[in-house]
Design a protein around this ligand. Structure first.
Ligand code: GLP
Length: 269
């Protein structure tokens, strides 16, 4: 896993946006971007919007797939992930609406819809880069503790902790949906790059478990340890409990020096 430890949330978001933009530019003709909700990626979306408005970053051919959606919330419900994505990202960029995919929490046949969602990802040749956050109990998307590490898109029952964590967005805890459609761990693991963002001291312990703890269904994010290319971009607070924090910083510095040397060599022939 590549780990970048940034001074604060703003720097974390900028670094993540640079990574997304670089991959987008590399795959101009076909880029499939997996997206996440929650408060963590908002800074990334703001920075991508700025890059679009000020630097012409082009989303016209980008295809997106969101990780998850609550069951029972219509797309115009203010707490639905549909609403979140349009408010925080899509309505500010030049994305073609037909290229946007978000699970439909109102689908009549949820199981059939989950299968169709998997098929749509496959028909688009898979996800190139998947943005991820981490839940308080170590989940990615809505793959709660105990989820199969090879699971596919399906309906999950949310844990009490997740319902409580997410109740901050609702007027009362009773209003928080108890089920969600979520990509599975197996689905996420097929993305070519996983970009995990984590910030704040509340996530320090669970992030250390995900990165340096044993691989376990108890912390489904720990499966990312086996992914061929996971990049974690985090702030200092979230990195506070990492055993190998200094080593990760050393690796980043050494990689930077190497890149500089290669560039200089290129320039001087
Ligand atoms: C929800 C989402 C996850 C997200 C998590 C953390 O459970 N399904 O994708 O990573 O919340 O959210 P936050 O970034 O607000 O801490």
């Amino acid at each position: 896993m590549e780990i970048y430890i940034k001074k604060n949330y703003e720097e974390m978001s900028r670094k993540a946006a640079e990574i997304v933009a670089e991959e987008m530019r590399k795959r101009k003709n076909h880029f499939v971007l997996g997206l996440a909700t929650g408060s963590t990626p908002i800074g990334l979306y703001k920075e991508l919007i700025r890059m679009h408005q000020e630097e012409g970053l082009d989303f016209s051919r980008v295809i997106t797939f969101n990780l998850d959606e609550y069951c029972g919330l219509s797309p115009d419900h203010e707490q639905s992930y549909h609403y979140f994505m349009f408010e925080n990202f899509f309505k500010h960029i030049n994305i073609d609406k037909k290229n946007i995919h978000i699970p439909d929490g109102m689908a009549r046949d949820l199981d059939a819809h989950c299968r169709e969602y998997e098929k749509m990802i496959a028909d688009n040749r898979g996800i190139d880069l998947q943005v991820l956050g981490i839940g308080g109990d170590g989940h990615i998307a809505f793959n709660e503790p105990g989820s199969s590490l090879s699971s596919r898109t399906r309906v999950k029952t949310l844990t009490q902790q997740t319902v409580e964590d997410n109740s901050r967005f609702f007027k009362t805890i009773e209003e928080v949906p108890k089920y969600a459609i979520t990509m599975g761990i197996g689905t996420i693991m097929e993305a070519k790059i996983c970009l995990l963002l984590v910030n704040g001291d509340k996530k320090a312990e669970v992030f250390a478990k995900a990165v340096e703890g044993p691989m376990t269904t108890e912390v489904t994010a720990s499966m990312l340890q086996t992914h061929p290319r996971t990049i974690a971009v985090v702030d200092e607070e979230a990195a506070a409990k990492l055993k190998r924090k200094d080593y990760y910083k050393h690796v980043e510095k050494m990689a930077g020096l190497l890149k500089k040397r290669v560039n200089e060599k290129g320039k001087n022939g």
